[in-house]
Ligand binder design. Structure first.
Ligand SMILES: *Cc1c(COP(=O)(O)O)cnc(C)c1O
Length: 430
């Protein structure tokens, strides 16, 4: 988290005091660093420069229009998983021809829309899906560019809810079936053009080993497909992990030095480039979490302190509807008071106002003894934070802010109650 640090006892994003933002826009609010995001995109490109590589940002990590604009203006592509995401990309000025469309459940309407817009490729997850795209493309008189997502059956060593590349997962096509499936595309699906091959083995990977295993398994097949059908690219997916723990304590801008075991963009690239370079294929990477995860915090205010029989609870104004990662897959976020504490710490659960026992931000966490009224920053909240938010418990969606140097702007205003119920209709009989 290069862009977040205490200055004069107050936590800053770049040169902006987060306390100022909390005062002006209220909490909960997500605050992103523009510099962090643009530098991360540049770092991916620099590290992969020895390859004919293209970066396709995985939109689902954070899909705010301003964030997509940042990517689009730098010429990034996009990895999308729905027609809605394609629409967002286009609204943000992104180029559909740089969009790869993933996901196991594309609908007919979505497939039509993507064909009309001329996306780069459909990354397909089953023969049934390929046949559907073939039929729809035929009706439209188009040739659909496709790649098949191969499931290499390697364990990504990440949480079981975010591992995707083993035979137990719904994703991709078993590696053993890939050659016959491409043959079937080539011989029986005249409206498809096999353009590449794709894989994505999981999210929040902290070591490069699973990538290497998957690349070694898939490379011979990729070469065979290139030979037989002239495929041009291999998309190796996203999944590069970020630091959730110890990102601020180190105080060093180059926090990864404190985490020698943690994969970085540079060590990831250094390990994979030698394996991929000889293949002569265009390489696409689809980072989501690594692109924006460390680039934002979520600000929340402590409302109450409650001493239970067994635990101390700090009740905050952000709930699982605002950031669901802790409840969904035991996601960990460091939590720091915006005004630096010098005193001791306590062990507490940080919980939200939502009526669910899973509504916690942290459990049995050693934290500074924050008091009601204090603003806290939940670190590394940029990915799968706001993009997973809901209005559960009729809690309007949080605000989003983008910091640029010593300036900042609201990139999403806090939802009003009226906006929250927009689209609802009362009973017809009145
Ligand atoms: C979610 C997803 C990504 C991004 O994963 P991260 O872990 O956020 O980098 C990339 N590719 C596909 C196909 C995905 O579904």
């Amino acid at each position: 988290m290069h862009s977040f640090a205490y200055k004069d006892g107050s936590l800053h994003c770049e040169n902006v005091d987060l306390a100022d933002i909390a005062r002006r826009v209220g909490t909960p609010a997500f605050v992103y660093s523009r510099k962090d995001i643009t530098e991360t995109l540049a770092a991916f490109r620099r590290a992969l420069a020895p390859l004919d590589a293209h970066v396709a940002y995985a939109v689902k990590a954070c899909s705010n229009r301003a964030i997509l604009q940042l990517m689009a203006r730098q010429g990034a592509g996009f990895d999308i998983v729905s027609g809605g995401e394609l629409w967002r990309v286009i609204q943000a000025g992104g180029d559909p021809a740089l969009c790869t469309y993933a996901g196991v459940g594309k609908t007919e309407a979505e497939i039509r829309y993507a064909l009309e817009q001329g996306i780069h490729c459909f990354n397909c997850e089953s023969e049934e899906e390929l046949r559907a795209i073939d039929r729809i493309a035929g009706q439209m008189g188009r040739k659909a560019p496709v790649a098949v997502r191969v499931n290499p059956n390697v364990d990504a060593h990440t949480h079981k809810y975010i591992t995707t590349g083993t035979s137990e997962n719904k994703f991709g096509v078993d590696i053993a079936r890939i050659p016959q499936l491409y043959r079937a595309i080539y011989t029986t699906m005249p409206n498809l053009q096999p353009r590449g091959i794709q894989m994505h083995i999981g999210s929040q990977l902290t070591e490069v080993q699973p990538y290497l295993m998957a690349i070694e398994k898939v490379a011979p097949i990729a070469m065979e497909l290139k030979e037989l059908y002239g495929i041009e690219f291999w998309s190796i997916g996203g999944g590069v992990g970020i630091v959730y723990d110890g990102c601020l304590e180190s105080g060093a801008p180059e926090w990864w030095r404190e985490h020698p075991e943690q994969m970085t963009i540079e060590s990831f690239a250094a390990a994979i480039v030698p394996l991929l370079q000889p293949l002569g294929l265009r390489i696409i990477v689809e980072p989501g979490r690594r692109m924006v995860g460390n680039a934002a915090v979520m600000l929340t205010t402590c409302l109450y302190e409650k001493r239970g029989e067994a635990k101390l609870f700090k009740i905050v104004d952000a709930g699982m509807n605002d950031i669901i990662r802790p409840a969904l897959y035991e996601g960990y976020h460091e939590i720091w008071p915006v005004k630096e504490h010098r005193g001791g710490t306590v062990t507490a659960d940080i919980v939200g106002p939502v009526c669910e026992s899973a509504d916690f931000q942290a459990q049995d966490r050693q934290i500074p003894d924050v008091k009601p009224g204090e603003v806290l920053a939940e670190m590394s909240a940029g990915a799968y934070g706001f993009s997973m938010a809901s209005t559960y418990n009729s809690r309007p969606l949080a605000a989003e802010v983008l910091v640029d140097g010593d300036r900042w702007q609201i990139i999403r205003h806090r939802q009003s109650l009226q906006e929250m119920v927009q689209g609802e209709r009362g009973l017809e009989e009145g």
